[in-house]
Write a protein that binds this ligand. Structure first.
Ligand code: FMN
Length: 182
């Protein structure tokens, strides 16, 4: 796929089914993630890949996290099902370090770029993905169970797989409304 075509037609796929990215596709997706601009070359990221049994583990961690937050039965059932919405979920974590020139926001942005690159790579490979967050990204119990540090932040749960339906490409928006020139 042409690079400009990719940039202008990328879109999310909320409904994802098997197959998940295979080993080689996953390598490509992760290599795209770590190719992004990274001020100071800090590599401020970690990618926690869940597929197969890993999705059951993630589901259990989601339930434990929502329960710690006081979630009711309906909420627990909902979060239990979340990781089953795709054959692979990659939890993308910003591992923030103290740095004299690279503030936390820039490290978060770099990891956000990594999320975007992963989705674009999946799209270019004929796969699909959607970047999700929600309250669980900020849930202290989940952070603890994933062994995240005090300064770490989940920037996204990247759901990856094969689009369940071939959605029409959404119309192109015009950037004109969001631009001004000096
Ligand atoms: C930081 C971030 C968090 C997001 N979290 C969610 C989410 O929790 N649930 C959701 O449905 N979409 C979420 N989205 C939006 C989707 O990823 C997606 O961009 C949106 O559905 C629009 O679709 P499109 O990418 O095809 O334009 C998030 C996007 C970003 C950048």
């Amino acid at each position: 796929m042409d690079a400009i075509e990719l940039l202008l037609t990328r879109q999310s796929s909320p409904r994802l089914v098997a197959p998940a990215p295979d080993e080689s596709q996953l390598t490509t997706i992760l290599n795209a993630a770590i190719r992004v601009p990274d001020h100071g070359g800090l590599n401020p990221w970690e990618f926690i890949v869940s597929s197969g049994d890993g999705l059951d583990k993630l589901s259990q961690l989601f339930v434990k996290a929502a329960a710690a937050d006081g979630g009711d039965e309906a909420t627990l059932a909902k979060v239990a099902n979340m990781p089953r919405r795709a054959p692979m979920v990659i939890t993308v974590v910003a591992k923030v370090v103290e740095h004299p020139k690279v503030p936390e926001i820039e490290q978060h942005l770099a990891v956000g770029c990594a999320c975007m690159a992963m989705q674009q790579a999946a799209f270019a490979l004929g796969l699909g993905g959607i970047w999700r967050t929600g309250g669980l990204a900020f849930n202290a119990q989940l952070h603890q169970d994933l062994a995240l540090g005090a300064n770490d932040q989940i920037i996204g749960f990247m759901y990856l797989g094969t689009p369940a339906v071939t959605a029409p490409i959404k119309p192109t928006k015009s950037a004109e409304n969001f631009v001004r020139y000096l």
